[in-house]
Write a protein that binds this ligand. Structure first.
Ligand SMILES: Cc1cc2nc3c(=O)[nH]c(=O)nc-3n(C[C@H](O)[C@H](O)[C@H](O)COP(=O)(O)O)c2cc1C
Length: 161
């Protein structure tokens, strides 16, 4: 089982979330490739699932490299695999549009036919805060369980880490 996280990041927070997810997925025998779209905007046809992650900028926008992908480069893409969105934010920048990249990415996935298998992972402030580490871990477990329902592989025995 192999998935990709398409992400972009300014200060590295989304990458940190991706690395944490990579560890939890690896424990369940799932490979997660982290693809920074600022360096490589190629679409991966051979993966079993896709995640899309970004911090929130400029009052609710997806970071510009990933935004360019979804609005321009991948404009015509049809997604036919299980997906989920990851949105980071900080309420001190914008309370109204806190972590709104998650909502934007979910809308995009939905419009392009992707199967959203769980609600977005939303991380407010630093991902290394202990409560956020727990949120990431629980979200990873939930995603893996839902993925196993979609593709009929039982990962439950591997989730007791
Ligand atoms: C200029 C600027 C604007 C921001 N605007 C928002 C915003 O509208 N909503 C929000 O929730 N967070 C906002 N943030 C916080 C970032 O989304 C947050 O720090 C996130 O963890 C950054 O992720 P990254 O390092 O992966 O890019 C803003 C940060 C900066 C520097």
């Amino acid at each position: 089982m192999h998935g990709v996280l398409y992400y972009s990041t300014i200060s590295g927070n989304t990458r940190l979330v991706g690395e944490a997810l990579q560890g939890f997925f690896a424990n369940a025998g799932i490979t997660l490739t982290l693809q920074d779209v600022a360096e490589d905007a190629n679409w991966q046809d051979e993966v079993d699932f896709a995640l899309f992650g970004s911090g929130t900028y400029a009052h609710g926008m997806i970071e510009k490299s990933l935004r360019k992908c979804v609005e321009e480069i991948w404009k015509e893409k049809k997604i036919r695999i299980p997906c989920a969105a990851i949105g980071l934010g900080d309420h001190r920048y914008d309370r109204e549009y806190n972590m709104y990249a998650a909502d934007q990415l979910e809308d995009w996935i939905h419009e392009h036919g992707g199967e959203l298998i769980c609600t977005a992972l939303r991380i407010n402030r630093s991902p290394v805060k202990p409560n956020n580490q727990k949120i990431i871990e629980n979200w990873a477990k939930n995603f893996i369980q839902n993925l196993s329902k979609c593709i009929d592989i039982d990962y439950s025995h591997r989730l007791d880490y």
